[in-house]
Ligand binder design. Structure first.
Ligand code: COA
Length: 181
């Protein structure tokens, strides 16, 4: 983290904080859930690889132009990991892309939407990004509903190939001008 004041950021039912190697058990429990990862860029990984990833993410600069940084969604009481969000910042730091995953046990309570609202605030407050986008498979209705819930609007639809299969992807966008204060 470039500026240690950026995280943690608490909100209703969650805390956004840095990932750490201490999150390994919870991280693996939802990242091994193949249904949860059906439309995601990642695949389940062995413990050692996951530990290395968590160690990298615990110290990755944020934002990190040209690269993705993963941040934890933790439950507020004990700080246990319940999901994660990813932020990609383009090289020129003009736009960011986000991704998100919430363990099934934490879904259906508005936690992901609240965490993404906080993440959008973080991005607009702490970076020069003029827009934030999210790209989702058109079959991923929970993801589309979440992005609409936080005020993002569908701005593009394209044909794509995901894991060797043709699919349709929607891009959702929130501009700095449209972001709620
Ligand atoms: C996308 C994902 C994070 C959405 O999780 P979620 O818990 O459904 O999202 P939200 O936080 O917006 O919660 C919405 C649900 O909580 C319910 N809810 C309950 N209390 C609520 C509250 N106070 N505020 C908002 N929603 C509330 C809503 O009715 C809604 O349920 P519904 O979908 O059955 O109508 C989750 O499905 C996921 O991790 N999917 C797998 C990963 C993935 O595909 N990510 C996207 C890749 S781009």
């Amino acid at each position: 983290m470039t500026d240690p004041r950026l995280l943690p950021r608490p909100g209703p039912g969650f805390v956004l904080r840095r990932l750490s190697t201490g999150d390994l058990a919870e991280f693996q429990s939802y990242r091994q859930d193949t249904e949860l990862g059906r439309y995601q860029g990642w695949l389940p990984t062995p413990d050692e690889q996951a530990r290395t990833f968590l160690a990298e993410m615990s110290q990755a600069p944020f934002p990190n132009p040209g690269d993705w940084v993963q941040i934890a969604i933790a439950e507020p009481e004990h700080g246990l990991l319940i999901g994660d969000v990813g932020v990609y910042m383009d090289e020129a730091a003009t736009y960011a892309e986000i991704g998100f995953t919430l363990a099934r046990s934490a879904q259906g309570r508005g936690i992901a939407a609240a965490a993404i609202r906080e993440l959008l605030r973080l991005i607009f407050e702490c970076t020069s990004a003029e827009r934030v986008i999210g790209v989702t498979d058109a079959r991923n209705l929970p993801s589309m509903r979440l992005m609409e819930r936080v005020g993002m609007r569908m701005t593009a639809t394209s044909q794509a190939v995901f894991r060797g299969e043709a699919c349709v992807e929607h891009t959702y966008t929130l501009t700095r001008a449209d972001a709620r204060p």
